[in-house]
Design a protein. Sequence first.
Length: 485
Amino acid sequence: MISLLIFFPLLAAVATMLVPQGAKNAKLVALTAAVLEFILSIAIVFQFNPAAGRQFTEDYWWVASLGISYKVGMDGISMLLVLLTTFLVPLIILSSFRHQYKNPSLFYSLILIMQSALVGVFVSLDGFLFYVFWELALIPIYLICLMWGGKDRVRITLKFFIYTLFGSLLMLVALIYLYLQTPGNHTFDINALYSLHLSASEQSWIFWAFFIAFAIKMPVFPFHTWQPDTYTDSPTPGTMLLSGIMLKMGIYGVIRWLLPMVPLGVHEWGTTAMILSVIGVVYASCIALVQKDFKRLIAYSSIAHVGLISAGIFSLTVQGFQGGMIQMLSHGINVVGMFFIADIIMSRMNTRTMSELGGIRNTAPVFATFFVIILLATVALPLTNGFIGEFLLINGIYQYSTWMAAVAGLTIILGAVYMLTAYQKISLGEKNKLTETFSDITTSEKLVLVPLVVMIFWIGIYPKPFLDIAEPSVKALLSVIHGAG
């Protein structure tokens, strides 16, 4: 079933590509495929037993002479991220229906190819296979940003490419080194890599090779500079894919590959990684305070939230890990919602400059209601999904360091300041000549926003099903880390 989950979007991408250029059917084929993929993931959830650990494992030799296998499987951590991916992709595709993209068959097929690769990343249990899916996920988003981005897309995409290529090469070098340390016939199997006994110095440089690769993807300070321009300049579906799902590849890489493989490296450098993450929280929040472009403000907000997740993960506590898992779900849901709100504003007003807006609640009360719900979830209001994740994360960081928890907690205060200020500028006050023509949301826009709002309250009010899925896998992984360290 996991192979079907990986390759069905790939087959659907081929079908979408074959739709005649300019045909409206391309988006319908892509949406239908994405919905079927989500239904398949739900079917897997009902067969999944969190307490049983890794399940649905498939293991076939790919290149037997080199010890490379097609090995995939799913535990609670993978399950949540696959669910996030399959839930968001249909909404991202649906959100794009309002726009006409040149060469739609290619556009939507690239989204499906990216979905296939993302699922592959989250279920790979072979280091080389993980790397293949990691690189495969980058190709579609490069093309989406380059072909459908803004005026400065070539320079921005080149910067994004250089950053990610540098990180990928570091990871590849580290993986090959680990492969060569495996006994007998070398292998990339994750269990063999977990079992290696490396010296502290070896683990230290491998730690940094992996951490830089994953930190670029998340991104964590100071490896974040590609992100604001890329998020702002990309077409909105591309931005949603990057922020809602793709950055979780980096966090997942830390959880699945970095921490269990080099526990001595984590013991030596984990505090440094946490300090960088906490710096990113405050740094990005402060820059978000002075943004004039709403989409760019959301981009910096994303850096702050991801920094908090990273810090919680490096606390190596159950609460930090569980908070990281819930916050990955919550951040994906909330940031996709916020970027969709920004896209609605841009499509109607042809501007994202907040000072030019105002009074939108007077002309579009339904839109303003959805906007404030998603915004309050982003600033972690109790009974919303953001609160659950941030509470657990700060709890985990507090167990590691009181002062780090105090500094990281500033994200809640600063986030409330810049987000509520943005809402005030955009929605409150008197309408002007520009915003008096702002129309309320359409049915297709509600179809995107309603599922997001439902998830915001579901996770915020009753997070137990999601916590239960991840908890056994989180505890098992932490026992591996602490036991090896």
